[in-house]
Design a protein around this ligand. Structure first.
Ligand code: GDP
Length: 440
């Protein structure tokens, strides 16, 4: 995400980093470049101007000209101001009330239904909540169906009244049903339109008035840039929502919406969507986002994602298997599935400081594991748990079965063997022994 902006800002700072002596002219030029980068990223022009004026003021105040590392100091000032621009700190959603009521608003296609599912999943799996989803789109039967499918997949009940044409009543009934059934959170997905429309606005206002939600979220596609900001303004005037959800950040190379919305609408961005999968949801942290924009990576989020997938008991079992040299292709497959659950590979890699820029133009797709998985799936259970029996004939059969080549199968088995040895050595080292270096 935001690759274009990151690259442009990086180039802007080159001037300051490369110069032996910094002059006021260099600083002014850098700031002009930063402003152009922001405008190209589709940041609102007033916001861009205010931003560079503020950075200039700070730079003068902190004496960038006489500092030892003017380039780095400027990057720091820009970083801090970017974080402030996006709200400074993360803001939680309001889960008070029994049940807590969360109302979704936004245009059709913004990602409301997908996000409703993601949020329900997050509240259920991370906070132990018992959410209920509500389908209030009475115009598109497909929308109700979409939410039902998500609910089934996530094992979260979905309230709907397929024959009703009254979303206000549906919402009211849903809240009553949630109370009797002991659900502590109700997430109401509403109907959107392709553009702002009076009837849609009146409808969502009426739902809001009827169920008095503790949290009204406005969901918007970040890839629509300034349009996203304008839509946010209109929805906010009518609904006075509590927070913004920026979806499709995974496809947003510019970042204009993320940078402008907060200061234009004065409402915090609370969540971002970074993919179509149910796990692709993040709480919005302005500081971490500023880190990413400036190519500093986001190690904190990466570790958090890894921790979410980390099951202590499973990890212990795995450790024991490694120690006994019993790590097999089943474990290998399980590890791949865990990594895949953490999200899009390119996005994960770009959270490592410095890596984002390096892999910008590389094509890393989620299918990177596809042939590995195909090869392992083509093995018999016996072969998976006893890789040593994989002789030439078996390898040939596996290559044919998985639609790969014998070379690919050989490569995977060699890599697997090496990984196994390396892990065993690391284990030995943890137990007090020195790791054995592979012989050259
Ligand atoms: P709604 O009409 O507002 O309910 O929008 P949907 O939830 O149906 O989403 C519209 C499309 O956007 C679907 O194809 C979703 O899979 C996709 N989508 C939603 N959120 C994201 C996201 O964060 N990233 C990506 N890449 N796609 C998303």
């Amino acid at each position: 995400m935001f690759e274009n902006l990151s690259e442009r800002l990086d180039r802007s700072f080159k001037l300051l980093k490369g110069e032996g002596r910094i002059t006021e002219i260099n600083v002014a030029e850098t700031l002009k470049d930063v402003r152009r980068a922001l405008l190209d990223a589709d940041v609102n022009y007033i916001v861009a101007k205010q931003f560079t004026d503020l950075v200039k003021e700070k730079a003068l105040g902190q004496n960038v000209l006489t500092s030892v590392r003017p380039g780095e100091l400027m990057v720091k000032i820009v970083h801090d101001e970017l974080a402030t621009l996006m709200g400074g700190h993360s803001v939680d959603i309001n889960l008070k009330g029994s049940p807590a009521i969360i109302l979704m608003s936004g245009l059709q296609g913004s990602g409301k239904t997908t996000f409703s599912g993601k949020l329900a999943n997050m509240l259920k799996s991370k906070q132990g909540k018992h959410p209920m989803l509500v389908a209030c789109d009475v115009y598109r039967p497909a929308a109700i169906q979409q939410l039902m499918i998500l609910g089934e997949q996530l094992q979260v009940p979905v309230y709907s009244e397929p024959d009703s044409k009254n979303p206000v009543e549906i919402a009211r009934h849903a809240v009553a049903e949630a109370k009797t059934k002991g659900h502590d959170v109700v997430i109401i997905d509403t109907a959107g339109r392709l553009a702002i429309d009076e009837e849609m606005m009146r409808e969502i206002e009426a739902i809001k008035a009827a169920v008095d939600p503790g949290e009204v979220l406005f969901v918007v596609d970040s890839m629509t840039g300034q349009d996203a900001v304008n839509t946010a303004k209109e929805f906010n005037t009518r609904l006075d929502f509590d927070g913004v959800v920026l979806t499709k950040l995974d496809g947003d190379t510019r970042g204009g919406a993320a940078l402008s919305i907060r200061s234009v609408v004065d409402k915090p961005i609370k969540f971002v969507g970074t993919g179509e999968k149910m796990e692709a949801i993040d709480v919005f942290h302005p500081e971490r986002m500023a880190d990413r924009i400036l190519g500093m990576g986001d190690i904190v989020s990466l570790v958090e994602r890894a921790q979410e997938q980390y099951d202590e008991r499973e990890a212990r079992k795995l450790e024991e298997k490694i120690a006994k040299n019993q790590f097999d292709f089943n474990d290998f497959l399980a590890q791949i599935h865990q990594i895949k659950k953490m999200g899009n590979l390119k996005e994960l890699a770009s959270m490592i400081p410095g890596v984002g820029k390096a892999i910008k133009d590389m094509d890393i797709d989620d299918d990177a594991f596809k042939s590995i998985e195909a090869i392992i799936y083509s093995m018999t259970p016996e072969e998976r748990s006893h890789p040593s029996i994989l002789n030439g004939q078996r390898r040939k059969r596996i290559a044919t079965g998985s639609g790969t080549s014998i070379q690919e199968v050989n490569r995977l088995i060699t890599q697997f063997d090496q990984t196994r040895k390396m892990m065993k050595n690391i284990q030995g080292f943890k137990g007090g022994k020195m790791p054995k270096m592979p012989r050259m």
